[in-house]
Design a protein around this ligand. Sequence first.
Ligand code: PBG
Length: 379
Amino acid sequence: MRKSRWWTLSHFGYQGRERRREADTYANREPVLLEFLPMTFPVTRLRRLRRSEQFRSLVRETRLTPDGLVYPIFVCPGEGVRREISSMPGIANLSVDEAVKEAREVKALGLPGIILFGLPESKDEHATGAWVDDGIVQQATRAIKREVPGLLLMGDVCLCEYMSHGHCGVVKKVSSPVSAGSGTAAAAAAEYEIENDSTVEILARTAVSQARAGMDIIAPSDMMDGRVAAIRTALDKAGFINTPVLSYAAKMASGFYGPFREAADSTPQFGDRRSYQMDPANGREAMLEIQNDLAEGADMIMVKPALSNLDIIYAARQRFEVPLAAYHVSGEFSMIEAAARNGWIDRERVVLEVLTSIQRAGASIILTYFAKDAARWLG
Ligand code: PBG
């Protein structure tokens, strides 16, 4: 028996409890409240509870607080370096000493933690900078753990910042020969492939190296298949049985990462990320990605970008019982900044509205470049 749409239900109000007992999935869920509204206008006037801030505050359903907000930090080599990112006003590449200062400020603002990204001294085809003991993120982790105890450190685990070609995995050339007998001079069309399994090995090594440096949470963002299982196994083997994995489970191949790639110097030198990140058109596949990552041992899951995927955040919240994070990404940040700078929108108002919407959709953890501002505004 197929379920009625919610509006049918509320309009006719005759479907009983029997129907409501059916599979409580995202698509089938009913707004029970609507069915029980006793009266309509003029008895019911929803505006009664909106008359003053006191009323509104009393009945507010979603309360945004700083304790679910995580602030991203980009660490670079050097000392005393604070290099502004042109497409992300107010956000900078920070050397380790400056990152420590930033971390101190984040903690003082009452935020729970930061997520670290690294810009290595040099890049190569093995992403060496990602997994060496004295990698830039490892250095920052040690320093921040030492200087700012009590702040949760998340490590973004990916290879794009460390690979000379800017892809999130190992690049293998594949040549597809032109069909026999074509008689053309072109012998082969060179193509490339991002190799899954060899990438996963490097990711696992990176995760262990971060954990060894003191990372509290490992957050793989590469979108290779099987990476959560490999990371979990490697962490356990190295003795880090208590280090949780927050997987970027449903991560779309998104245009909204543009400014981040300036910040992390991780633009792919050829091609794009569509063969490993998800097609933004696919919501059901997002559920599969999440399901797989949980089966592989993820402790928490993430949806990304946030605002263009509120439906996926909502669906994931209904289906999975683990903590759910959303990444309000660089492009989402920059759009607001740009419009605010033009005087087109009220920055504080829009930021708080957007973050509240992401939380309302179901994310209890939000990674956002606005975390510090929001903490200040929320008091
Ligand atoms: C690394 C990574 C990216 C982001 C987080 N981790 C970039 C990408 O996948 O291209 C994007 C974050 C943002 O845009 O703020 N793979």
